[in-house]
Design a binder for this molecule. Sequence first.
Ligand SMILES: C[S@@+](CC[C@H](N)C(=O)[O-])C[C@H]1O[C@@H](n2cnc3c(N)ncnc32)[C@H](O)[C@@H]1O
Length: 233
Amino acid sequence: MTSSEKSKQTKGPHNRIESDAASTHSMSVSDIKDAYAEYADSMHRLEWLDRVVIGRYRQARFGDVEGRVLDVACGTGTNFRYLPNTVDLVGIDVSPEMLANAEEQLTELEIDGDLREMDAQELEFADDSFDAVISALSTCTFPDPIAALREMDRVCKPEGTIRLVEHGRSDVGPIAKYQKWRADAHYARNGCRWTQEPREVVSEAGLEVRETSTGLFGTISTFEILPNQSEER
Ligand SMILES: C[S@@+](CC[C@H](N)C(=O)[O-])C[C@H]1O[C@@H](n2cnc3c(N)ncnc32)[C@H](O)[C@@H]1O
């Protein structure tokens, strides 16, 4: 199968995750792009808070990747500081405003990376291009997260690794209740499906999880995924 045939297999809408109320009125890629144009600078300013709350999950999942690394939906570049400084880094995001902040992050951290504006659901890379594909807090915003995960799988080398740090529903009753209550408003405001459960998305994409962990009252899930195992590939 040619590269473009493989790529086409991963495109097109997929069944949305049943448990997610906000998914019934999914935003388009262009809506998401507009939403993040507005949030880019404030997200950059709030990175200190991310370091305190989520930093340890990023460090644990991304701290040992090697070689050519793709950060999908890299946003303002929050992941960059957790990567070994030996990696050959490529970051993509649909929002030029987020990427402008990511560029600043590269300069600040003295990392030589390549940032490109691109849709995660249609990655413009050949099959098997990266040793590691990483992504954080992203599947909640992709209009078609299954397509995006299958694209990550396609561009990762068979002997490589896919790493995710994602948020989802809490396993603590009152927190879960609050998330459910606010899910639609949160989606309308931030383009983020707060109650989407990453385990369900990864499973629906047919990806093989090698290792997973959960933290922060069940709201953060991290994954190490073996590429090239899905029947869709
Ligand atoms: C919550 S932010 C997370 C950013 C970063 N990964 C982090 O951990 O801080 C979600 C990011 O996904 C990007 N995004 C959403 N849909 C996308 C798509 N279809 N393709 C590429 N990037 C997308 C947004 O522009 C935004 O930068």
